[in-house]
Each structure stands twice: as C-alpha cells, then as structure tokens.
Design a protein around this ligand. Structure first.
Ligand code: SAM
Length: 284
C-alpha cells in the first residue's frame, strides 16, 4: 500500500513511519529545550472550545493568513509537497482541495494534542492530502531534498535553537524550492507603549515565565541567507490586527477589515514598524 504521494522519497518515508491508532504518524519522545512549552501547550489544547475558528482569530488573522497561503499555493509546481512546521491545528490548509487539489501538506508539530485538533478541523482530507506527523522542527526526519516548500507560521520564534531549525529546513528542501517563515515582528511603537504602561514586551526571552519567544531579527535573516546562499525577501503582515492591544476585528473570517488587512501585507517595508508579523522568504 502507498500513502498516495507522487514523490517516491516521501512515499517511502511514510511507508517506514509508524502510524499511531490516532491516525498520526511518528512519535516524539523528547525535546529537552522546550519540554515546559510542550507540557503547557498540551494543557491549553485540552481547554479548546468547539469553535476553532473563533479561538484562532484571537491569536492569528484568518483573512491575512488565508491570503498568504493562497499566494504560495498558486506558485507551487504540480503535485508539490509542503512541510508545515509547527502547523498546530492545520487551519491554513482547510481550503487546500479547493485551491490546489494536487498539492499535499505534511504538518509537523511536537504537541500531539494539537495534531488531534487538526484531525477534527480538517476532517476527511487527513491522510488523503494532509498528513500529520508528531515531530520536531530541529529534527524533521524527512529525507534530504524531498519537499517543494517549507512553511512555518509563528513556530520557529519559539525554538531556542533557531539555527538548527533553519539547517533542517534547508536540508529537506529541494533545490529551487521555497522557504517561508512568519514570526512576530519587533514593533517598537508597541514596545514603547508597553513600556509606558509598565507592561513587559519580550523581544527575546521567556514570556511571563512560560514560552520562549525570539522575534524576527536581522541576525536570523542573515543566518537564513548564509545557509540558503541566497537573498531573503522580507514581508510585513498583520498591519491592522493587534491582539496585544485587544484589537482583533481584522482577525475574523469573512470581515471587510480582514480583507483590507490582507491587502496591506507587503514586501516594500510599508508599515514595517507596526506590522505584527515579519516574514522571511528564500529560494534554496
Ligand atoms: C503559535 S503556534 C502557531 C501555530 C500555527 N502555525 C498557526 O499559524 O496557527 C506554534 C506552534 O508551533 C509548535 N512548535 C513550537 N516549537 C516546535 C518545535 N520545536 N517543533 C515542532 N513544533 C513546534 C507548537 O506546538 C504550536 O503548535
């Protein structure tokens, strides 16, 4: 039996990977550096409401990211394979079959409970066009030069060894394939406002003694350019969406403000100081 991938290397990879009774591939035993984060996220995953999209709009702009997903999908080769690292509930791929039914996505996340939510949210595309792998960004286990696109949204910002995750990204991508990583931006006007309000704004470190966060930086950009031996194109997104200021109207699905926000995303550096996300895009 095959897993349905046209790509022989990926097909072989899934043949060898054990699938649990829960329909999720692989099993991650240990991540010492982020063990506290895993425990915390497992707990948060237990408390999720049954309105996934509402919960998502509290921390991500759905219209903005839907637009970003569409942009990358439309530029992929036929039968492309995407690896979504830290893909969590997999909501980016809920319209995959409508946009590019030939494309397959492998979601890797180190919190199994999040992958179980992805299974519920995505329904019957699981193990047809979207595959769930319990794994680690710093040790992907996919074969060398096997995927056509690396996609990661607000996940690598939590990985203390960012460079190791980038090395892995470069290893698994084919030559000519695209790397996309969206992280939180260091928005100095918001940082100043937080200072005035006496609130803590973490650029790099632990947030309230819990998650580690490392916002997108020039240092990270330089490392990507070094490893990929290519220029990084930067992009700024989530200009109107500001959950840190409790402004989340542009995050909801189907809203006009969300539509406007998706159109404000740009590579020109416009609104770069207030954009919530700064992303790096690079060809291998
Ligand atoms: C802020 S959430 C973002 C989720 C998703 N990308 C999105 O846009 O909705 C970060 C996700 O990254 C995952 N994550 C963090 N560090 C990871 C690592 N080292 N390996 C795999 N997944 C990781 C977390 O479990 C969580 O699901």
């Amino acid at each position: 039996m095959t897993s349905g991938f046209e790509n022989k290397m990926i097909d072989d990879f899934f043949q060898k990977l054990h699938m649990g009774a829960d329909g999720i591939y692989g099993s991650l035993n240990l991540n010492e550096e982020q063990s506290e984060e895993i425990a915390l996220r497992e707990k948060v995953a237990d408390e999720v409401s049954d309105d996934f999209m509402r919960d998502i709009s509290n921390s991500h702009s759905i219209p903005v990211m839907d637009y970003e997903v569409c942009r990358i999908l439309n530029n992929l080769p036929r039968n492309a394979v995407i690896v979504d690292v830290g893909g969590c509930w997999g909501w980016h791929w809920r319209k995959l079959n409508l946009i590019r039914s030939d494309v397959k996505v492998i979601i890797v996340d180190f919190v199994r409970a999040n992958l179980l939510h992805a299974k519920t949210l995505l329904g019957n595309v699981i193990n047809e066009s979207v595959f769930l792998v319990h794994g680690d960004a710093t040790k992907l286990e996919l074969p060398d030069e096997s995927v056509d696109c690396y996609w990661s949204v607000q996940a690598l910002q939590h990985v203390p060894n960012y460079n190791k995750a980038i090395d892995e990204a470069c290893r698994v991508l084919k030559h000519g394939a695209m790397f996309h990583n969206y992280s939180l931006n260091n928005q100095w006007p918001i940082r100043k406002l937080y200072d005035l309000l006496g609130k803590s704004y973490v650029v790099k470190g632990h947030v309230n003694g819990s998650f580690f966060v490392d916002r997108a930086s020039d240092e990270q950009k330089k490392y990507v350019e070094k490893v990929f031996e290519n220029k990084v194109i930067e992009r700024w997104s989530e200009i109107l969406y500001k959950p840190e200021l409790h402004i989340i109207f542009a995050g909801k699905e189907g809203t006009f403000s969300g539509f406007i926000d998706s159109k404000l995303s740009n590579c020109l550096g416009l609104f770069k100081f207030i954009a919530r996300q700064r992303s790096f895009h690079c060809v291998k």
